[in-house]
Design a protein. Structure first.
Length: 305
């Protein structure tokens, strides 16, 4: 197995400018202009849900939708949704459509402009069978909005288009510990990342931390433990602090622990909340060298000595 590669210094530095504290998330331009934090959070959720529905209609990969959600959240850290001095801000659906248009090009999963516009019209009007063509006003209104807003979005995110997908980092971690074929663990971790795309977690933690938190969540749910390497726990080997992992898990648990899954089973966030300190009683995903079971031959040899 290959050792995990540390993040590139340039990419790590670029990503840090988009990492905020929870207090800073309560001082976004929309909130400063008078919108309540609850309403701003709801509009973010509606915008990202719009991205998800349009992406599913266009059969775009999950990584593309995740990148679009990152662009969407970063845009709202520097632009307001409130009308100020007669200025008309972009609607959260318009921001979502533009973010998805840009992400599809960045991730090289392009769709024709007409296909994107038709999907946006149908989702926005909640009419999957809506007829949209070049003869309708809605078509040209969406087309002009997306093309104009693309420049605004690029300026707002400082043309920083490199987004390291946590999905790939997650799979690298699973491969490193040879558990990529553990379907239950893999699905639980993947669900964590998909759910995180619907929140502001990408503004609080790096992609590597989100991926490690997904592994931590899945391992806690499935009862999987990873062996130490030379006395170092798995999160240190992956270059992530345990406190950051727990903070990310607690953030997700706070939002989703009361939400019942569609299949009627137990939510992956039930019992996930843990203290943020380094209490060893809660290191349930770590298998120390002293806890590693010996093979029968090794036990017999030790008894003979």
């Amino acid at each position: 197995k290959q050792r995990p590669k540390p993040p590139t210094a340039v990419l790590a530095e670029a990503e840090q400018q988009w990492i905020f504290t929870e207090d800073e998330l309560l001082q976004t331009p929309s909130i400063v202009d008078g919108m309540s934090p609850q309403e701003e959070r709801e509009r973010r959720n509606k915008g990202i849900n719009f991205i998800s529905q349009v992406g599913v209609m266009l059969k775009l990969p999950q990584i593309t939708l995740s990148t679009a959600a990152v662009f969407f959240n970063r845009f709202l850290m520097r632009n307001s949704l409130v009308v100020v001095n007669g200025s008309k801000p972009l609607h959260h659906y318009q921001i979502g459509a533009t973010s998805l248009f840009l992400a599809s090009k960045v991730e090289e999963n392009c769709r024709k402009m007409k296909e994107l516009i038709v999907a946006c019209c149908r989702v926005a009007q909640k009419n999957p069978g809506l007829i949209v063509d070049e003869q309708t006003k809605d078509f040209w209104r969406w087309r002009d909005t997306i093309l104009y807003s693309e420049d605004v979005l690029l300026e707002s995110i400082c043309f920083d288009l490199t987004v390291e997908a946590p999905h790939k980092l997650l799979f690298d971690i699973l491969k490193y510990y040879r558990v990529e074929h553990d379907k239950r663990l893999r699905n639980a971790a993947w669900s964590f990342i998909n759910d995180s795309s619907m929140t502001q977690l990408c503004l609080l933690f790096t992609s590597r931390t989100i991926a490690a938190a997904a592994v931590y969540c899945g391992a806690r749910l499935c009862g999987v433990v990873f062996a130490d390497e030379h006395g170092r726990p798995w999160w240190e080997v992956q270059g992530v602090a345990l406190r950051d992992i727990r903070r990310a898990c607690n953030y997700m648990a706070q939002i989703y622990e009361d939400v019942l899954p569609k299949d009627g089973g137990e939510s992956i966030y039930v019992g996930l909340r843990t203290p943020e300190d380094d209490d060893p009683r809660f290191e349930k995903t770590r298998l120390r060298g002293s806890q590693t079971p010996q093979t029968p031959a090794a036990v017999a040899l030790a008894s003979a000595e």
